[in-house]
Design a protein around this ligand. Structure first.
Ligand code: MF3
Ligand code: CO
Ligand code: CO
Length: 274
């Protein structure tokens, strides 16, 4: 079981398995980082069109982060060299930007994590490229709803398993499956910290939410089977059955009586169609 550790202001922290409980200064730091993360995704909307390469998207992400006073947490993270992840169609997560051009009908997750004043804002959304098939749009809608139902469960006294269960039940009620190989995570001064936020599980289980906890919820939902494999590049995770996968991610903080979403879109561009 994870223990809890109280953090004051922008104290530096260790990846020691404890769940950090932050104060008002932490909330201020996360609001700034989360807002920039959301603004970067908002700025991408007009650029995600047929013919654009994922490297061009990465360049825009880098410039927008720098202009907003941030730096990409992913750059030089465990050997990763890009400013975002671009995961197209059957890519579940961690797609690496490159020469590949988006084409009409693709769906793509773009995941960004700026660091602002040492705080991490981590968020991703699905984007649709031109007109997409109805089954792809429906997967996107259900995945976004899974994230929001998960977030609704976040309040002091509830447990992580309540979030997992809300996500899993909505996905499975729609005959989709929940990816088990990747999780959400605590974050703040660190990019990936305790606790692990699993997206399928039993209500009333797992660590209890306490005010000041910061973490991501980032369900990956598959049209087919939940199995994934990582390609030889060491990053790109794809569905084993090559069917579509979708994901949305928010960074949130537990308040005295509920939850604050740090990465909500200032322009209301939380999900497509935009
Ligand atoms: N942003 C991803 C997450 O949601 C992590 C990407 S790590 C990378 O946790 F190295 F693949 F970029
Ligand atoms: Co994350
Ligand atoms: Co992310």
């Amino acid at each position: 079981m994870n223990e809890y550790q109280t953090i004051t202001g922008d104290d530096s922290v260790a990846r020691d398995g404890t769940i950090k409980l932050h104060d008002a200064a932490g909330f201020e730091g996360m609001r700034k980082a989360g807002r920039l993360a959301a603004e970067v995704l908002d700025a991408l909307v007009p650029h995600v069109v047929p013919g654009v390469t994922t490297q061009e998207i990465d360049d825009i992400v880098f410039a927008a982060m720098r202009a907003g006073g941030g730096i990409p947490a992913t750059m030089n993270y465990r050997g990763y060299t890009k400013s975002c992840c671009t995961s197209i169609n059957h890519v579940v997560c961690h797609g690496i930007p490159g020469d590949k051009a988006l084409k009409e009908g693709d769906i793509v997750n773009i995941d960004v994590t700026p660091i602002v004043d040492g705080w991490h804002g981590d968020t991703s959304r699905m984007f649709t490229v031109g007109k997409v098939p109805i089954k792809a749009q429906r997967l996107i809608d259900v995945t976004h709803e899974c994230l929001m139902r998960g977030i609704e469960q976040v309040k002091p006294g509830n447990r992580l398993g309540d979030v997992s269960h809300a996500i899993q039940s909505h996905a499975e009620a729609n005959r989709y499956s929940v990816v088990r190989d990747f999780c959400g995570h605590g974050l703040g001064r660190l990019f990936h910290d305790a606790p692990e936020v699993i997206h399928a599980g039993e209500p009333g289980t797992g660590p209890e939410f306490r005010p000041g906890m910061f973490f991501t919820i980032e369900p990956m939902i598959n049209l087919g089977r939940p199995g994934v494999k990582v390609l030889d590049d060491g990053w790109t995770a794809v569905t084993r059955d090559r069917k579509l996968s979708a994901q949305f991610e928010h960074s949130v903080g537990v308040t005295e009586d509920g939850v604050e979403i740090f990465t909500a879109s200032p322009k209301g561009l939380d999900r497509p169609p935009f």
